[in-house]
Design a protein around this ligand. Structure first.
Ligand code: 5GP
Ligand code: MG
Length: 174
């Protein structure tokens, strides 16, 4: 399967993605029972995961998308830009930041700094994918769908140079 100039092959099936999402949703639903967490999915990559996750939660939630970017093509630029920052209404709320993937943790570290300045009641991080071998952050990824190695993946919301987000499975470069 080709996305722009590169050949990709299936890495994680639809069924495995559904199972990972279900497990995360179960844990969040148990941990937040009786509360109404404010989910903050990070655009653009997490829109697919977030839409599946929110439908599997058994607790009521509110949703406020944010957008912070650091990637261009296949590499992190090492500079994070807030295109849609956390809203002031995070104050006093139980916030769950929802990411497609935490890689170096650099973007999340920056986002958490911004978020904490707005005085949320609690903050947790949920990521569908986590790359522990490249992680250098000082925060905990509280909910992880699945750990992966250093491979670059696309599909299920994740892009290769803005393409491939609509793929139902997750793919890796051949
Ligand atoms: P970090 O700042 O943790 O290094 O990178 C976080 C962001 O980089 C993620 O939210 C995601 O947008 C992007 N990213 C990291 N690894 C991958 C990957 O394997 N594939 C894609 N498509 N994006 C990635
Ligand atoms: Mg992202």
């Amino acid at each position: 399967m080709k996305v722009r100039d590169k050949e990709f092959k299936v890495f994680i099936s639809e069924a495995e993605l559904a199972e990972a999402t279900r497990r995360v949703a179960e844990r969040i639903s148990a941990d937040y029972a009786g509360r109404v967490p404010l989910l903050c999915p990070v655009l653009t990559g997490s829109f697919v995961f977030a839409s599946d996750l929110v439908r599997r939660l058994t607790v009521e939630t509110e949703v406020a998308f944010v957008k912070y970017t650091s990637y261009e093509g296949m590499a992190s630029t090492g500079r994070v830009t807030a295109q849609l920052p956390f809203p002031a209404k995070v104050a006093g709320r139980d916030v769950i930041v929802v990411e497609d993937i935490v890689d170096t943790g650099f973007s999340m570290e920056y986002m958490l700094g911004e978020l904490r300045r707005l005085n949320p009641r609690s903050v947790r991080v949920c990521a569908l994918f986590f790359k522990p071998s490249s992680f250098g952050g000082s925060f905990k990824v509280d909910y992880v769908g699945r750990e992966i190695g250093n491979e670059f993946i696309v599909g299920y919301g994740l892009d290769y140079d803005q393409r491939g987000r609509g793929l139902k499975e997750v793919y890796v470069v051949e």
